[in-house]
Design a protein around this ligand. Structure first.
Ligand code: BEZ
Length: 209
């Protein structure tokens, strides 16, 4: 069965470009993102891995560890890393899992046989400090991901984990948020003084700190 939101992120130990890594230990007490690539030396993947390397400080600001996976072997990853740097100007600065026997890919359901029966799709799993899956995304091989969107989603996940709020369509960090329907008007007045009632079920407030 596919991994669903709220499930524990399956743990594994794998060989990576930064040595043998146990996934849960690598994540520690923070957030994490595991994302898959169909294969080494492919164009979209090259741009994606370089882009994430460039955004690493943004993930770090969000206390989020990054780890990628491609089903090719470690020797191939090492050679590809140079290409990634040549093409994007960013050195691979986070671990890339080698998964030639597809152990991790199968554990996470990253191979969708009706798309391709040997390569992974472009999966994203965001994992919280409790090791539970907070978000999943699946893109086809031909469509590169927007990693600014993934940072935006992490901002929302972290905010809504901390406060009784939800984020509206197209929300960005710093914009108004929605008070969840589980909060009574009395509690809302206490927690979010000056909140605005747009509809009885839609109450807005400034983003809490
Ligand atoms: C790519 O990264 O460009 C790619 C990989 C596998 C299939 C199609 C495209």
């Amino acid at each position: 069965m596919a991994i669903q939101l709220g499930d524990e992120a399956p743990d594994f130990t794998a060989e990576t470009t930064e040595g043998t890594i146990n996934f849960h230990q690598y994540l520690g007490d923070g957030w994490g993102i595991l994302f898959s690539h169909p294969a080494d030396f492919t164009p979209v993947c090259t741009t994606e891995l370089g882009r994430v390397a460039g955004l690493k400080p943004e993930f770090e600001k969000r206390n989020t560890k990054v780890i990628a996976i491609s089903v090719d072997p470690l020797e191939k990853h090492a050679a590809w890393a140079q290409d990634i740097e040549d093409v994007t100007g960013n050195k691979l600065n986070y671990p890339l899992i080698a998964d030639p026997d597809r152990t991790v890919a199968n554990l996470y359901g990253m191979i969708h046989p009706n798309a391709n029966d040997t390569l992974t799709v472009r999966s994203v799993f965001v994992v919280g400090p409790d090791k539970k899956v907070k978000l999943t995304l699946t893109y086809p091989a031909a469509t590169g991901r927007d990693f600014n969107e993934i940072l935006r989603v992490i901002d929302s996940l972290q905010l809504t984990a901390k406060h009784k709020v939800a984020t509206p369509a197209d929300w960005r960090q710093g914009e108004d948020v929605i008070i969840t329907t589980a909060v009574s008007n009395e509690e809302a007045a206490e927690r979010f003084p000056g909140y605005e009632t747009v509809k009885p079920y839609l109450r807005k407030t400034q983003q809490p700190a």
